[in-house]
Ligand binder design. Structure first.
Ligand code: FAD
Length: 458
């Protein structure tokens, strides 16, 4: 039986980084992947969606370029096949990079599905392997609601949408969470008819309410998306008609494509955690402590399979912690400063607590807010919707939350993340000189506003 000091199962953003880090720490390491290296993020998630969204954003911008004084003669069109082909090219390039990095750092790669056979052993096809440490990084897959018609072949999950080579004329998206709203942005930017049916009282529920309200306005009023909230989907007829109940009244929407974007479930079934005696939650996620250890010594779990926060950078951070601990170090995961981004137009980015969550934790807060309409760079680039909000602990003045809707919000959230991670106060952020004219000045202005000292606001 081949023996390793570390085996990582699953080559997504959690697993491949964990494998590299184990190898860098000098452990004889193997990475097992049943599909493509890069996992969901690279092949069916973050990267393909953002590549498609960029094409759709440029298309929408060209269609609105009159506002910039630019005249385009004739109709502006797109070829979705080519948009999809560019997405595949980007994914392929990054995937081959991941493969080169894993091997280049000295980890072996085994292709195939791993099945645990004991606390330190697993099989891939008919070969059994042994490892002192095993890091489970098998990720997640799209969940679906078991309603009549959900299994119809015309109803797609996120994997199906990202494989499309033709653009549907109309789309109904079940679920107004991050994935649903990004798909709505993609198709609406391409000028298609889009509807979202969401069970909760708002889209992006759980985010700062000002974000939910503004994004609802932008999607409905500016992009023509039909949004139904407090709406429970009951049935999908013939793959094209979504029947839902809104305020007790049965309604329906017909569209060429129906997309189910209602969340993700852990990929534990094939892995067989019970064979190694690993505890799973009642929803099937693998239980871990802050060292990323399962209940079985020497077995760690990271990423979506733990059900902590289903984001690629969280999987990566957890993978590094698990790898370091497998190499004999003592590392822990903290979740106070995890940024999350939504690639709408304009973008949304958040880190730390919302006002509601802070109050629910009994924290007395102070907030500062600045609207992008008072920011020169935002107006210069024709992006006049949005704001930055900073939330501080009133006693310590430390920043505990930041919520942004603006152009480049996903790039700027790093500044707020650094502030929270390092316990900076709003004054320290406000006193930091920000280049002018930049959108990032909205963070500085919001920090000044915490004490009512914002010069560009009355
Ligand atoms: P995964 O990326 O799911 O990788 C797990 C890997 O394990 C897979 O390659 C799988 O084939 C393999 N595997 C499973 N079982 C076995 C087995 N038994 N043997 C061998 N191999 C196995 N996150 C962000 O941070 N930003 C975004 O913008 C973003 N956008 C997204 C958009 C979409 C449409 C989706 C679906 C997700 C998005 N996510 C985003 C979430 C992100 O993709 C996941 O959080 C991330 O991929 C989780 O990483 P992971 O390593 O835990 O698992």
């Amino acid at each position: 039986m081949t023996q390793y000091q570390a085996a990582v199962i699953g080559g997504g953003p959690g697993g491949y980084i964990a494998a590299i880090q184990c190898a860098q720490r000098g452990l004889k390491t193997v990475l097992v992947e049943k599909l493509d290296l890069g996992g969901t993020c690279l092949n069916r998630g973050c990267i393909p969606t953002k590549t498609l969204l960029h094409s759709s954003d440029v298309f929408a911008e060209i269609n609105h370029c009159k506002a910039l004084g630019i005249e385009v003669s004739g109709d502006v069109g797109f070829k979705y096949k080519k948009i999809a082909k560019r997405k595949d090219k980007v994914v392929k390039q990054l995937r081959s990079g991941v493969e080169a990095l894993v091997s280049g750092h000295g980890a072996c790669i085994i292709r195939g599905e791993a099945v645990l056979t004991g606390p330190h052993t697993f099989k891939v096809e008919n070969t059994e392997y042994e490892a002192e440490n095993i890091i489970l990084a098998a990720g997640s897959s799209p969940a679906f609601i078991p309603i009549p018609g959900a299994e119809h072949e015309a109803v797609l999950n996120s994997d199906g949408v990202l494989s499309l080579t033709e653009c549907p004329e109309s789309v109904t998206i079940i679920g107004g969470g991050v994935i649903g709203v990004e798909f709505a942005t993609l198709f609406a930017n391409l000028g298609k008819k889009v509807a979202i049916v969401e069970m909760m009282p708002s889209i992006l529920y759980g985010n700062d309410p000002d974000i939910c309200e503004l994004m609802t306005y932008i999607l409905t009023e500016e992009k023509g998306v039909e949004i139904h909230t407090n709406a429970k989907v009951c049935e999908i007829q013939k793959g094209h008609t979504v029947v839902y109940e809104e305020n007790g009244v049965s309604q329906s929407i017909e569209s060429e494509l129906v997309v189910m974007a209602i969340g993700r479930k852990p990929e534990t079934a094939a892995l067989c955690p019970e064979a190694a005696g690993i505890k799973v939650t009642d929803r099937g996620f693998i239980e871990v402590d802050d060292h990323m250890r399962t209940n079985v010594p020497g077995i760690y779990a990271i990423g979506d399979i733990t059900g902590k926060i289903q984001l690629a950078h969280v999987a990566t951070a957890q993978g590094m912690v698990a790898a370091d601990n497998a190499a004999g170090m003592d590392k822990t995961m903290k979740y106070d400063a995890v940024p999350s981004c939504i690639y709408t137009t304009p973008e949304i980015a958040c880190v730390g607590l919302t006002e509601e969550k802070a109050k629910a934790q009994g924290i007395e807060i102070k907030t500062g807010k600045f609207d992008v309409s008072g920011n020169g760079r935002s107006l210069a680039i024709n992006s006049s919707n949005g704001f930055a909000k900073i939330i501080c602990d009133a006693k310590t003045e430390k920043i505990i939350g930041c919520h942004i809707v603006s152009a480049n919000a996903t790039e700027m959230i790093g500044e707020a993340t650094l502030a929270i991670e390092n316990g900076l106060t709003s004054d320290q952020l406000a006193d930091t000189i920000h280049a002018h004219p930049t959108v990032s000045e909205i963070l500085m202005e919001a920090a000044h506003d915490v004490h009512g000292l914002c010069c560009h606001k009355l």
